[in-house]
Design a binder for this molecule. Structure first.
Ligand SMILES: CC(C)(COP(=O)(O)OP(=O)(O)OC[C@H]1O[C@@H](n2cnc3c(N)ncnc32)[C@H](O)[C@@H]1OP(=O)(O)O)[C@@H](O)C(=O)NCCC(=O)NCCS
Length: 177
């Protein structure tokens, strides 16, 4: 199946929120309680907020769509205050479409857009320590462990890993390396 990565548009907001709900449920089962997900998602993925972010173009915000045009994944990143540092804030691909190269394409698009705004030497990400699939994906893309710390989400505490891609250039795919 062919996928196309393009800039997120305000009209993508409902589809992005739907991808987040489905992918969170699969990813964080047993890690973030369902009631916490149900409380947090409508805030973090409020459609007006997503639409405003897509409209402003300030962040590197991309979606991947399948041939039929449906949104199956998204990534959003932005520069940190510290010059040369950036953060990958959101990175989700629907379970049925994972491990087909979409994440790599989304991340490359984010990096290109960030580089176009200013130099990027380090790209940070925060990932749940128990999210082994996510951690493995980041490692395959070239991110390395920086530190571990506890984080609280509506009273629920989990361990987080901060990881960093440094220099912020993607590692080639395993079979090409
Ligand atoms: C992380 C995620 C966005 C990556 O997107 P993707 O489309 O699956 O990524 P790709 O297919 O481009 O894979 C990139 C690399 O990661 C590896 N990878 C992806 N998922 C993996 C997993 N679960 N376990 C091990 N390796 C994995 C791939 O093998 C690939 O390596 P390669 O190119 O050297 O072969 C996606 O897997 C996802 O949504 N996961 C669940 C949600 C999540 O954890 N998001 C991050 C939250 S911080």
């Amino acid at each position: 199946m062919g996928y196309q990565v393009r800039r997120a548009q305000p009209a993508d907001a409902p589809a992005i929120a739907a991808v987040a709900r489905e992918t969170w449920a699969a990813t964080y089962r047993g890690i973030i309680p369902e009631e916490v997900q149900r409380a947090v998602l409508p805030q973090w993925y409020a459609e007006e907020r997503l639409a405003r972010a897509a409209e402003s173009g300030q962040s590197a915000f991309f979606v991947a769509e399948a041939e039929a045009g449906e949104v199956v994944g998204f990534a959003q990143a932005g520069h940190r205050e510290e010059a040369g540092d950036a953060e990958l804030w959101r990175f989700y691909v629907l379970p049925d479409h994972q491990r087909k190269g979409i994440g790599r394409q989304l991340l490359q698009a984010c990096l290109d857009a960030l580089h176009a705004q200013g130099p990027v030497s380090r790209l940070f990400v925060q990932v749940e320590a128990e999210n082994e699939g996510g951690r493995r994906a980041y490692e395959a893309l070239g991110f390395t462990y920086v530190r571990e710390y506890p984080d609280e989400l509506l009273g629920h505490v989990t361990q987080m890993w901060e990881m960093c891609l440094e220099p912020a250039v993607l590692r080639p795919r395993a079979e090409e390396a």
